[in-house]
Design a protein around this ligand. Sequence first.
Ligand SMILES: Nc1nc2c(ncn2[C@@H]2O[C@H](COP(=O)(O)OP(=O)(O)O)[C@@H](O)[C@H]2O)c(=O)[nH]1
Ligand SMILES: [Mg+2]
Length: 234
Amino acid sequence: MTNEIPEADLAQAFTEKQALAWTHTARFLTTASQLVHLPATELPEIAFVGRSNAGKSTAINTLAQQKRLAFASKTPGRTQHINLFELGPKDAADALFADLPGYGYAAVNKSAKLRWQKVMADYLEVRRSLSGVVLMVDSRLGLTDLDKQLLEFVAARVATGEIKLLVLLTKSDKLNRKEADAALRSTTEFLAGLTTETSDVAVTLFSALKKSGVGDVALALHEWTHAAAAAAEA
Ligand SMILES: Nc1nc2c(ncn2[C@@H]2O[C@H](COP(=O)(O)OP(=O)(O)O)[C@@H](O)[C@H]2O)c(=O)[nH]1
Ligand SMILES: [Mg+2]
């Protein structure tokens, strides 16, 4: 009795490894405090969004397998900037990751909140090269009102499929099986309201600590940003 891995699984494992090699290429490109200061680019862009403390910086660093690519801020609510990271070969970048300001930090004042809304709404509604949004949600909290508000900003472009959406239920290591199932179910129920025939909407459990979901997410993001090129090659 040999211990052979079925061919399909082997192909899957290889692809996941490739996708992780790709996310590992992420490097800092630039930072901007306003949409108009972001470089105009043809590269497909994936935005990472979520409440402060949802695990956004940790998720980006885990995907990139780098310790401090995205700064895990000690003062939540401070970073109001959009940070861009470039991916792919050094001389032929093929995608961008955008780390957007975290939100929902209680101590932030009203004018900062309004500014946040404007930056987020502008970015999500206007950024032409935006092809995917990864929303990080603490799996113990589920979708909060601010998350739902953010989803409204992007709903029209998600409905057409122009922007793909992946919700990561983070810190899933803190949940038992039953709690994890419940979190998945309630999020899926809410997302059904955003789902159309043309949309690409998904939710998955994610743990940076246990490294679960990491390969799947890398694969999804790679596919989002390379689907057009792959279709052209076929
Ligand atoms: N148990 C656990 N804690 C996590 C995980 N990811 C992040 N955290 C913790 O959650 C807190 C907030 O993480 P951070 O990435 O800075 O959140 P951000 O504000 O959304 O960027 C930190 O204390 C992290 O160590 C995870 O997968 N499991
Ligand atoms: Mg952070």
